[in-house]
Design a binder for this molecule. Sequence first.
Ligand code: RBF
Length: 165
Amino acid sequence: MNTKKVNLSEYDPDSIPNGETFNIGIVAAEWNPAITDAMLQGAYDTLRRYGVKEENIPVLHVPGSFELTSGAQMMFEHYDCDAVICIGCVIQGETRHFDFICEAVANGLTNLSIKVNRPAIFSVLTTNNIAQAQDRAGGKHGNKGVEGAVTALKMVHAKKSMSNG
Ligand code: RBF
């Protein structure tokens, strides 16, 4: 199926689990702050909309996307989070840093999720330019922070249903 034109921020609200017993952290990178702040706000508001209590949404800022993996690990350890949403924006530049950072954070979060057996959600934009990032941080392609929050709610619910809480 071609999903190219599907805007995942337009989710079906009835399909989202209630998160009133969930503890979901957010880690946000400080690079490209206009983008990551909008995604953080989208993620936070979505968690609140689906019942996650304010005191159960710890937020941590890290310098750049490369630090998202270690930031997420701190959140799992310190706050015993059920899931951590990791928000960043990496924009293609003239150096190879883009490839190194994107690959490091994708692999880092995958490995961390497996190690702690809890989801570390990859809400990292990897775009060619700032306009593409704006389109995905509250623009015409939705807000990927909102989608990260929906993913976290669904994954925590899935795990809790398997282990009966
Ligand atoms: N961090 C981001 O989150 N987004 C970027 O677009 C980004 N570009 C970078 C480009 C260069 C050349 C360097 C050196 C770092 C960049 N970083 C970026 C920061 C990176 O994620 C990390 O914070 C630093 O490399 C320190 O570990």
